[in-house]
Design a protein around this ligand. Structure first.
Ligand SMILES: [Ca+2]
Ligand SMILES: [Ca+2]
Ligand SMILES: [Ca+2]
Ligand SMILES: [Ca+2]
Length: 229
């Protein structure tokens, strides 16, 4: 913010822009894994290596911040499917539902067939992806979402095919104060924070995770002002 701008002027700008609305969330879709990897921050990968064929996977990866809540997702390691990454993957027995400890910005899977994602936040559907087809650039599907999600449902398309994945990748925002993910922390991000003031969004812009958007979160945003690293 320009130091010459008075607080009154600044507040008027904020109120005016608030009336115009905050930016709508956007999701970028990738079929090329290298392009996706080049656009994101650090990742967590669930590879399903180390479990016997047929093992039901529920919370075995809880230490990585994700649980599989369907209760019917089985490791498929050794039989009819060849998993190019590491020899082990998951047969979703239909859909695969993953719930994250903390809101995420990135999700991607290596998969042998069709794939479609529904992303949720606080139980509300926030994005339904395109249908990714097999044979595209490396049988990969990756998303980058400006609105963070805490649950994803992975499904094969069209039904009743079963979702099967080699590896699952996910990650939190690498520049969390860049709420609209335009590559910099700026006025629209500040507006989004002010709009969420006093609420518990369950993630950014409650950067310090104390359950409310307040002055400490504002200071975090201001400290990150400018281009993302
Ligand atoms: Ca794997
Ligand atoms: Ca399932
Ligand atoms: Ca921004
Ligand atoms: Ca806070």
């Amino acid at each position: 913010m320009n130091g010459n701008v008075s607080l009154a002027t600044f507040c008027a700008v904020v109120l005016g822009l608030s009336a115009a609305g905050t930016p709508s969330p956007g999701v970028l879709e990738f079929e090329n894994k290298d392009d996706w990897l080049a656009s994101i921050g650090p990742l967590v990968t669930v590879d399903f290596v180390g479990f016997a064929d047929g093992t039901l996977i529920t919370d075995q990866y809880a230490d990585l911040g994700v649980v599989f809540t369907d209760g019917d997702d089985r490791v498929a390691c050794c039989d009819d499917i060849t998993w190019p990454n590491d020899g082990a993957g998951m047969d979703g027995n239909g859909n695969i539902t993953v719930v994250f400890d903390t809101p995420m910005a990135y999700i991607g899977v290596d998969f042998p067939g069709h794939m479609h994602f529904d992303l949720y936040r606080d139980g509300q559907l926030i994005y339904a992806s395109s249908d990714f087809l097999p044979g595209g650039a490396g049988n990969f599907a990756g998303l980058i979402s400006s609105q963070l999600f805490d649950m994803a449902v992975l499904m094969d398309v069209p039904p009743p095919f079963e979702a099967e994945i080699d590896d699952l990748h996910f990650g939190p925002p690498d520049c969390p104060a860049d709420l609209d993910r335009d590559g910099a922390v700026g006025i629209l991000d500040l507006l989004a924070l002010l709009t969420a003031w006093g609420t518990d969004p369950g993630g950014p812009p409650d950067f310090d995770n104390d359950g409310t958007v307040g002055i400490l979160d504002l200071l975090v945003l201001l400290a990150a002002w400018g281009e993302c690293p």
